[in-house]
Design a protein around this ligand. Structure first.
Ligand SMILES: Nc1nc2c(ncn2[C@@H]2O[C@H](COP(=O)(O)OP(=O)(O)OP(=O)(O)O)[C@@H](O)[C@H]2O)c(=O)[nH]1
Ligand SMILES: [Mg+2]
Length: 395
């Protein structure tokens, strides 16, 4: 029996794997789930500015190109654990952002999103819509005036067009299937066609797929399409610095007007956040205090994105490393173990689990054990956000 807390599991992937995986795929051993977020919006809405703020870098500036960036998930809980265990390494979870340039011809032209950009967005677990709310005469708005709610509606239309185009293309293929081959094939094609028709009617009435009623089986049969309006959507109003004091009010209004299941909203000042994110931590903190700019937008956006996509974190701790891992809500312990290493999943015996707050209160693992707060859980235990886990396994 071996404990896997913190120390590298046997045969673990050392270093940084060059290929990272989206949530929907099983990551390689030790790599962990990497949530991917696609940034969309009209041209000059501040997408690249927000992207730079989120990944805390200024490496990306090119207009007209796709920018890829990985942000560390700054989780204060992990810092506390690191202070407690004093490991050689602190390993953060990560989020990948994809910044897509806006179409220069503007939105609402019924063109949908095509080609390379569509591909990049389809791989995303959620879309982050950067909406221009800042006024700046030096940067003309493509639609003539600043009107964020209009731009939100135009983008939702654009995403719907994109899905409609996918549905139309699939219809053409289904027709061929309906003519040919076996009865069983024809029946499957007929059922799929009926479902797509229903979705198309919904989209035509302005109901994004994420709000349409679908059975689990229907959802499964659609997962390959990667429809854009089925993805969780995070709407961010990009405010000017002079609107900073109003951000809470603006956000409250956004929540009231835009909130629906599968939608998250926030208002932030992209330019200010980009500038602050480049500073040394102490300097940044001081500026934030004096500007009353709140916590870094990067942290807040990531936290809300986890919630939106339905992800939680658990931690492994030890002298070697303290590490945050990302799993979907409802993941059983044995699958969480598989995140760390496939051998631990295969040879899973039990998980020693303590809740973050309990551990912090006790001050150490032995104390948590003495107070009966370090529990033994089996394969089917549903891992909770903030659990600190030591997997016991046998290979
Ligand atoms: N005044 C002001 N300018 C901003 C703000 N956010 C972004 N900008 C400026 O707006 C311009 C466009 O910003 P980008 O971040 O490049 O916009 P984008 O959406 O990535 O543009 P494309 O990639 O061309 O689609 C830049 O000059 C930014 O400095 C803001 O909050 N206030
Ligand atoms: Mg850009």
């Amino acid at each position: 029996m071996a404990g896997a807390t913190g120390s590298a599991p046997p045969h673990s992937v050392s270093g940084r794997p060059d290929r990272r995986w989206a949530c929907s795929q099983a990551p390689p051993d030790g790599a962990g789930i990497l949530m991917q977020i696609g940034i969309i919006g009209i041209t000059k809405s501040g997408k690249t500015t927000v992207f730079n703020a989120l990944i805390r870098s200024t490496s990306a500036q090119g207009a007209g190109q796709v920018n890829l960036g990985v942000a560390k998930v700054r989780d204060p809980r992990l810092d506390k654990l690191t202070a407690m265990f004093n490991p050689r390494r602190e390993v953060f979870a990560e989020v990948r952002y994809v910044d897509i340039p806006g179409a220069p011809e503007g939105l609402g032209k019924s063109q949908g999103i095509g080609g390379e950009y569509l591909n990049a967005l389809q791989r995303a677990d959620a879309l982050l819509h950067v909406v221009r709310a800042f006024g700046d005469p030096a940067i003309p708005h493509i639609n003539g005036s600043v009107d964020p709610y209009r731009d939100v509606a135009a983008m939702s239309m654009e995403l719907a067009f994109s899905d409609l185009a996918i549905i139309e293309r699939r219809f053409t293929r289904l027709e061929a299937d309906l003519k040919g081959s076996k009865a069983q094939e024809r029946e499957r094609a007929r059922r799929e066609g009926a479902l797509l028709e229903r979705l198309r009617d919904g989209l035509a009435q302005d109901v994004p797929l994420r709000q349409q009623e679908l059975s689990t089986e229907e959802q499964k049969s659609l997962s390959n399409y990667q429809f854009l309006t089925a993805k969780p959507l995070f709407i961010i109003f990009n405010l000017g610095e002079e609107q900073l004091a109003e951000s809470a009010r603006i956000e409250a209004e956004m929540r009231q007007r835009l909130f629906k299941p599968g939608i998250q909203v926030a208002a932030l000042c992209g330019k200010l956040e980009e500038d602050l994110a480049q500073m040394k931590p102490e300097e940044e903190e001081e500026f934030r205090r004096s500007l009353e700019a709140g916590e870094p937008a990067a942290n807040r956006v990531i936290r809300l994105s986890y919630e939106l996509v339905g992800l939680v974190s658990f931690f492994t701790v030890g002298p070697d490393e303290c590490r945050a891992w990302t799993i979907p809500v409802g993941t059983p312990a044995v699958k969480a173990a598989g995140q760390v290493h496939s051998d631990i999943e295969r040879g899973f015996i039990r998980a020693e689990v303590v809740a973050y707050d309990d551990l912090l209160r006790c001050g150490s693992l032995p104390d948590a054990r003495r107070q009966g707060l370090l529990r033994l859980e089996g394969k089917t235990y549903t891992v909770k956000d903030g659990d600190i886990i030591n997997f016991l396994f046998n290979v």
